[in-house]
Design a binder for this molecule. Structure first.
Ligand SMILES: NC(=O)c1ccc[n+]([C@@H]2O[C@H](COP(=O)([O-])OP(=O)(O)OC[C@H]3O[C@@H](n4cnc5c(N)ncnc54)[C@H](OP(=O)(O)O)[C@@H]3O)[C@@H](O)[C@H]2O)c1
Length: 257
């Protein structure tokens, strides 16, 4: 049986996990509002969402700009109605050692990965509380708990996301609104494209040295997308999946003799 269609807002829906999540919700017949800066890419994903059986609305969004968030929220609500689910997904990593990073780059990482989620969540919560329903999903990272060199601002911001998700959980307790932290592990997306090619060897060697990089095992963005769709499908009166850690699927081992 198909689930009741819901309205889903996704930040950073132009590629990777955000785009896959939009398509996965579309395939279940939901209404999806897609926000990001690359408009052509958003339009492509919107077509895929509609092709999969959902309804889509694409609108430019720069999560570092509160005025852009405001414009996105008003346009998305007018097009598809108020959000039943917000997926705070937009993210970036500057891939630099802290002492070599510019203040502007550090600011960009914190604004994109942390402040954006504060602003987006603040924008949707009053309506969700009034309707006594809604899921706010935070796409976090396992770097929050296992931080890495070359990811100072990113790791700090993702640790902040874990705190933010917990605070929203406590502040909305008993209202019908849920705060869900998806702590995501290595995933194939365009994220790695931001790494400076000439430094990749040094970056990977430093992660190996500190024991946070054990293999080249990544999961497809679709795996994270399915975990998000399945998690928010759990009825609020059934259970509260406050923290979900999503890691690459375990490879099947040969049975022991
Ligand atoms: N890949 C991994 O291994 C991994 C692991 C753990 C967590 N994550 C998290 O997963 C999320 C998605 O990343 P991904 O792996 O799917 O990488 P990705 O393919 O690079 O996607 C990042 C998305 O964020 C958007 N974005 C960046 N800056 C933005 C801004 N200022 N305003 C609006 N949108 C912005 C990008 O869109 P535009 O450039 O078009 O704006 C893009 O759609 C991030 O929060 C990341 O931290 C990824």
């Amino acid at each position: 049986m198909s689930p009741e269609p819901r309205t889903i807002w996704i930040t950073g829906a132009s590629s990777g996990i955000g785009a896959a999540t939009a398509r996965a919700f579309g395939a279940e017949g939901h209404r999806v509002a897609l926000g990001a800066r690359r408009e052509e890419r958003l339009e492509e994903v919107a077509k895929q969402v509609e092709g999969a059986g959902g309804r889509a609305f694409a609108h430019p969004l720069d999560v570092r700009d509160p005025a852009s968030i405001d414009r996105f929220a008003r346009a998305a609500e007018a097009a598809l109605g108020p959000p039943d689910v917000l997926v705070n997904n937009a993210g970036q990593n500057l891939s630099s050692l802290l002492h070599e990073a510019s203040p502007e780059a550090l600011r960009a990482d914190v604004e994109t990965n942390l402040l954006s989620a504060l602003w987006m969540t603040r924008a949707v919560l009053p309506g969700m509380l009034e309707r006594r329903a809604g899921d706010v999903v935070f796409i976090g990272s396992d770097t929050a708990q296992r931080p890495r060199p070359y990811m100072a601002a990113y790791s700090a911001a993702k640790a902040g996301i874990e705190a933010l998700a917990k605070v929203v959980e406590m502040e909305t307790e008993g209202t019908g609104v849920r705060s869900i932290l998806m702590r995501v592990g290595p995933t194939g997306s365009e994220f790695g494209n931001q790494m400076p090619k000439e430094q990749i060897h040094d970056i990977l060697a430093s992660w190996k040295y500190w024991g946070v990089f054990r293999n080249m095992h990544w999961m497809p963005a679709e795996s994270v997308a399915r975990a998000v769709v399945r998690t928010v499908a759990i009825p609020v009166e059934e259970s509260y999946p406050a923290v979900v850690e999503v890691q690459p699927g375990g490879r099947k081992k040969e049975p022991r003799d």
